[in-house]
Ligand binder design. Structure first.
Ligand code: PPE
Length: 311
């Protein structure tokens, strides 16, 4: 990862190298944390963070599901994100808020442990490669099942949950695929290791509904709204692996992955289709502030006051 100047940690801006924790940190031992992934894009009117408040509300909900007190409001964290973008001077970046049970007691119960809250920002290019965005990626249905709603709340973007994703994507990468798609214990299509999944069949766009063990993706919600606005029919329902193999088109989406076509699933070629490319370009126009229709989703960094010479 590319280092930047500062990291915000428990209320203070600290130098990148000084943002450290003790090895006795609860979150390190038990994965007891929650996090977010947010992108800020360069637009004609300066840097804009995409759906910042929605991400921070999900952060707050994730913490609530773990019984964790963040100690900062959404509005306060929003201010921190803007401050960090300013001090790190990045026109485009990925923001990573993370909160975890800290150093206090060890033992699985988190009662009495302090909570550390941190926000990092750094430049992060195309998650699945520039080539992946254009030509699509290959994915493997994982032999690992996606965690169920009564295992760990899948609605929470919790750090420990990502062991599930890590096993799946590592297995897929070792087998020569770029991503993994996880099914639920019942065999329904859930998520990629870090993305939501969509298929297109006979002109209709399908994606697993929120009661399947998926992360309620903000990009998923964005894509659904954009697609409907463009006149497409979007159906949220349970999908099985055959729906993937028989799809006319398929894609994955997420903050990091944006809209990435699924060119191949297991050994079935799907290719890259027109609806996927239409949605990808509409999504990129939206996040880069080129679409008036969705201007409400862009949270612009404060513009510096014009200097006397410019005014
Ligand atoms: N499902 C999973 C399992 C997931 O991790 C993500 C985001 C999504 C769906 C899409 O959610 P959203 O970003 O709100 O549209 N994954 C984040 C972390 C990736 C990582 O490697 O770290 C992300 O895209 O930022």
């Amino acid at each position: 990862m590319r280092e930047t100047e500062k990291i915000w940690m428990n209320g203070e801006l600290v130098a990148w190298d000084d943002a450290r924790v003790h090895v006795g940190t609860h979150g390190l031992h038990y994965g007891s944390g929650v996090f977010e992934g947010i992108r800020a894009y360069e637009t004609e009117n300066g840097t804009a963070v995409f759906r910042l408040s929605d991400h921070l509300k999900r952060f707050e909900n994730s913490a609530k599901l773990l019984g964790m007190e963040l100690g900062y409001s959404v509005e306060e964290l929003r201010g921190v994100c803007h401050q960090l973008i300013g001090v790190n001077g990045l026109p485009e970046c990925y923001l990573r808020p993370i909160a975890f049970y800290g150093y206090g007691e060890l033992g699985v119960s988190a009662v009495g442990n302090p909570v550390d809250v941190v926000i990092m920002s750094w430049p992060w290019g195309a998650y699945l490669g520039e080539e992946g965005l254009k030509k699509g990626i290959s994915a493997k249905i994982s032999s690992w099942q996606r965690i169920g709603p009564n295992v760990i709340p899948h609605v929470a973007k919790a750090t420990g949950v990502y062991l599930n994703s890590m096993l799946a994507v590592t297995e897929a990468n070792r087998a020569g695929y770029q991503e993994a798609i996880l099914l639920t214990a019942e065999g329904y299509v859930a998520d990629g290791s870090g993305e939501n999944v969509f298929v297109i069949k006979d002109g209709v766009i399908y994606t697993p509904d929120l009661s399947t063990s998926i992360l309620p993706g903000i990009t998923r919600d964005t894509v659904i709204q954009i697609a409907q606005d463009l006149g497409h029919r979007v159906v949220e329902k349970s999908l099985i692996r055959s729906d993937l193999y028989l799809a006319d088109e398929a894609f994955m989406c997420g903050t990091a992955a944006e809209v990435t076509p699924l060119r191949e699933i297991d050994d079935v070629t799907i290719g890259v289709g027109p609806v996927t490319l239409e949605l990808q370009s509409a999504y990129l126009d939206t996040v880069r502030g080129r679409s008036e229709r969705w201007a409400q989703w862009l949270d612009y960094a404060e513009q510096p006051e014009p200097t006397a010479a410019e005014a």
